[in-house]
Structure formats: structure tokens, C-alpha cells
Design a binder for this molecule. Sequence first.
Ligand SMILES: CC(C)(COP(=O)(O)OP(=O)(O)OC[C@H]1O[C@@H](n2cnc3c(N)ncnc32)[C@H](O)[C@@H]1OP(=O)(O)O)[C@@H](O)C(=O)NCCC(=O)NCCS
Length: 150
Amino acid sequence: MDFDKSKVTINIMNLNDLDQISDCLQNEFDDFWTYDILKDELSSKNSIYLVAKTDTQIIGFAGFKTIFDEAELMNIIVRKSFRNCGIGNLLMENILLELKNRKIATVHLEVAKNNISAIHLYQKFGFYEVGLRKNYYKDTDAILMELTIN
Ligand SMILES: CC(C)(COP(=O)(O)OP(=O)(O)OC[C@H]1O[C@@H](n2cnc3c(N)ncnc32)[C@H](O)[C@@H]1OP(=O)(O)O)[C@@H](O)C(=O)NCCC(=O)NCCS
């Protein structure tokens, strides 16, 4: 898709943002996180979510949970029609800035072994594999990844 990435803004996500995408969450993003789960996440004091917007719509979001100086990357999701345009990169850059600002030392995540695009994105930002959970998902293993932040 041809659009001007410099016009994309990244902000802290709030409930209004979630409401704006509630009717298309399952179809245009991905179906593994429901509205109710995300609503709980947004109201948790240890969770930070970022949202990527054009001037007309929300095109992605990503969030993490912190526990002392560690964090867990909970998800990063780009609207299907905006994938492969650099929005995942933009969200990840901003997530890492938020983590640095909060003096987080280590970030963990888990990702399905067959989710090649996500694994590439994580590796690009320096995440490395630290473990494997066999048959964790319905049809594939989970890879556990970690990143140390300096
Ligand atoms: C993973 C995801 C967030 C990537 O977002 P995106 O906006 O398409 O990614 P970008 O265009 O910014 O690309 C960033 C990097 O991701 C990787 N990547 C993205 N799409 C890829 C693909 N189809 N195949 C391989 N690598 C890919 C590449 O390393 C790419 O870096 P490059 O542009 O330097 O080659 C997106 O595919 C998505 O929303 N997937 C569904 C949700 C999901 O599975 N999230 C992760 C688990 S919580």
C-alpha cells in the first residue's frame, strides 16, 4: 500500500481508541485478543499500550506489562491492509523507547513458531530465542524470546 508513513502518529492507547476498533477487531486485526481482554489490559496499571493512527483510522497497537524492571510484550498487531508498510517497525521502536524510559532491563515474549513475520520483526530488534514450549498453541509450539535493554 502506498501511504505516507510520516503522517502516522503513535500515542498511548486508551478506551476510546479500543471502542473505535471494537467492531473490526476480529476481522481487520487478529482474532486472538478479544475486546474484553484488551479492555482489562488497558485498565491495568502495569500495562502500557501504544496505538498507531492515520488521520482517519487506527492501524495498529502494541502493549506490554511491567513487573519491577522486567516486561512482557503482550502483543503487537497491525491492521491487515496496512501490514508490510513499516507500522510494526514503528510500533516496536516506540515500545522500546517506552521500556527504556521506564528503566526496564529485560523484555520477554512468546510467539507461535509458525508466525514467521512476527519472529522476523522480533529478531530484527535484537530478541533472541531462550526456550520452547512444545505444543503450546493448538497447532504449533511457542518460542520464548528475550531482549536485554541497555
Ligand atoms: C507481525 C506484524 C505486527 C508485523 O507488522 P508489519 O507492519 O507488517 O511489519 P513491518 O512492515 O514494519 O515490518 C517489520 C519487520 O517485520 C518482519 N516482517 C514483516 N512482515 C513479514 C513477512 N511477511 N515475512 C517475513 N518477515 C516479515 C521483517 O523483519 C520486517 O523488517 P524489514 O521491513 O526490514 O524487512 C504483523 O504481521 C501482524 O500484525 N501480525 C498479526 C499479529 C501477530 O501475529 N502479532 C505478533 C504476535 S503477538
